[in-house]
Design a protein around this ligand. Structure first.
Ligand code: NAD
Length: 515
């Protein structure tokens, strides 16, 4: 323990009230300010001590081997916490894409013909090896992506291993998954993933595809290629047959070339709705099968009969976890009118205890924003929110590191449904708080979005949960919890959040042809 935290200089709720929300948070805010000053302490630094060497330059992984790209272009992978270059990554060309797809095609008949229990052995080995190397992967994920080490260590890597374990279990039971049908793999799968959960998204894509007998060309996001490439080392260690998984690094051009390749049978994409729409257009009429996991603007709804401390903790988890770089982040908070002051007071108090800073420190709650472009996008939204008349609150410790990309956890009050911060996905630690009077109004406002990925309901009443959950247009509805995932539980969107499911029995469906 060190010294007590300094009081924030940023205006608190009572000094900067939104128009039309006079009185919000006043009494509660005073009470929690006092409490915060008395009880919040800094911890001594607790840096992760394992250091993970990273090669200066990285090639591609094609046909079971690391190899140079056909082109000469490299791009830097940067540690977003200090802007240091970690490694130079190859930008795969059209010729590289051809080679990788060819390798996957060549490997397909052998892999598809393996009995399910033999494919399962590879997946079990992969999962176990990932567990054995978990600490190395956690450090690498945090270095490359900026997320706190406690999240890489406790969420990303264990969940990725679980995904391989879970799907290993399905590999020899596909006939039971789809009773009475003949199950065949779809073929060569192109899988394109984003930067927010780099290894976990790779596991979500690879595990079901391999369990069902498909072969894969995977493209990680350009800012977070390192754990995908390190996973290729494990693929070699477990002696996965060459060509079953190929990994191509690169940006949008590489992704577009892979998605458009005529020898690809299935495209699975996770990323922005904007790119998802382009891919849907390019796949139309080609006979390729397609699943899209896209953006979101998910509502978190607190009713006055909820357990408020639990609800506020869920809200914090829902939006500030992983710097808000979560597709299903609960970025719109709807609070029943009578409890709004108390909820805002508790939210402000809890925000004061969040530790923002060095992602390698085991006590850090909020790490670095993944890349400069995203950081700029968040700053623009913060500016836009203010210029539209919403009130910005940044109440936590404001002493952010000098280098790197940082954003203080923030929330807006005085938000109108028409405001950009209430409508568009910010993909950062920024919450828009609004109020409602009746469950019907909450439903209407929650569903008033082009997205439909997730939603949260906080109430003591089971009947209200069932009524709301049935009518919320969201692929996942969490009740009295938020951001909980499990490999056996399907995840995916409605409307512009995409289609198809990942995880569970439903997630297998995208990787099989049924006869
Ligand atoms: P992005 O769409 O910019 O990039 C995602 C991936 O697509 C990257 O690998 C990128 O290189 C590639 N890409 C870019 N342009 C392409 C093109 N024209 N053709 C083919 N590939 C292309 O998204 P991002 O900024 O990396 O990630 C953030 C977005 O991802 C957010 O909108 C978030 O909500 C979404 N996301 C959704 C889920 C989900 O499960 N629904 C999960 C994680 C992230």
């Amino acid at each position: 323990m060190g010294h007590p935290k300094q009081e924030s200089t940023v205006p608190s709720l009572e000094s900067d009230k939104p128009q039309g929300a006079q009185g919000e948070g006043e009494a509660a805010s005073h009470r929690f300010d006092d409490l915060a000053a008395e009880t919040l302490w800094d911890y001594a630094p607790a840096p992760e001590t394992v250091s993970v060497p990273v090669a200066d330059r990285q090639g591609l992984f094609i046909d079971g081997d690391f190899c140079p790209s056909d082109g000469k272009e490299f791009f830097p992978s940067i540690n977003p916490a200090n802007e240091e270059v970690l490694s130079e990554i190859a930008a795969a060309t059209q010729a590289d894409v051809d080679r990788a797809v060819q390798a996957a095609r060549k490997a397909l008949p052998g892999w598809a013909a393996l009995p399910g229990h033999e494919r399962a052995k590879y997946l079990f080995r992969l999962a176990r090896r990932l567990q054995e190397r978990a600490r190395e992967f956690a450090v690498l994920e945090t270095l490359d992506g900026g997320k706190p080490i406690k999240e890489s260590r406790d969420v990303d890597i264990p969940e990725a291993a679980k995904h391989f374990f879970y799907h290993a279990g399905w590999a020899d039971k596909l006939d039971y998954a789809f009773p009475g049908r003949q199950v065949r793999p779809v073929g060569v799968c192109a899988q394109i993933i984003p930067w927010n959960f780099p290894l976990l998204m790779a596991a979500w894509k690879l595990a079901p595809a391999l369990a069902c007998g498909n072969t894969v060309v995977l493209k990680p996001a350009e800012t977070t290629s390192l754990t995908a490439l390190r996973l290729a080392e494990i693929l070699q260690e477990i002696e996965l047959p060459p060509g079953v998984v190929n990994i191509l690094t690169g940006g949008g051009e590489t992704g577009a070339a892979l998605a458009a390749h005529p020898k690809v049978d299935k495209l699975a994409f996770t990323g922005s709705t904007e790119v998802g729409k382009k891919l849907a257009q390019s796949a139309a009429g080609t006979g390729k099968s397609l699943t899209l996991e896209l953006g979101g603007k998910s509502p978190n709804i607190i009713f006055e009969d909820a357990s408020l401390d639990q609800a506020v903790e869920g809200v914090i988890q829902g939006i500030y976890f992983n710097q808000g770089h979560v597709c299903c982040a609960g970025s719109r908070l709807f609070v029943q009118e009578g409890i709004l002051p108390e909820v805002l007071g508790k939210l402000e108090w809890r925000l004061k205890s969040l530790r923002v800073g060095d992602p390698m420190d085991k006590n850090t709650d909020v790490g670095a924003i993944n890349n400069r472009e995203q950081w700029q996008r968040i700053q623009d939204y913060l500016q836009q929110g203010r210029s539209e008349g919403a009130v910005l609150h940044q109440v936590g410790d404001s002493s952010l590191p000098d280098r790197g990309f940082w954003c203080q956890p923030s929330f807006f009050t005085g938000v109108q449904p028409s405001h950009v911060v209430a409508r568009e996905e910010i993909f950062g630690p920024v919450l828009a708080v609004m109020s409602f009077r009746t469950p019907e109004e909450a439903l209407q406002r929650a569903n008033n979005t082009p997205y439909g990925l997730a939603a949260g309901i906080w109430t003591d009443k089971g009947s209200k949960i069932f009524e709301m959950a049935g009518r919320l247009q969201a692929g996942v509805v969490w009740c009295n919890t938020y951001n909980r995932f499990d490999a056996s539980s399907p995840f995916g969107g409605f409307k512009e959040s995409g289609f198809g499911r990942e995880g569970g029995l439903q997630g297998l469906r995208a990787y099989v042809k049924l006869q």
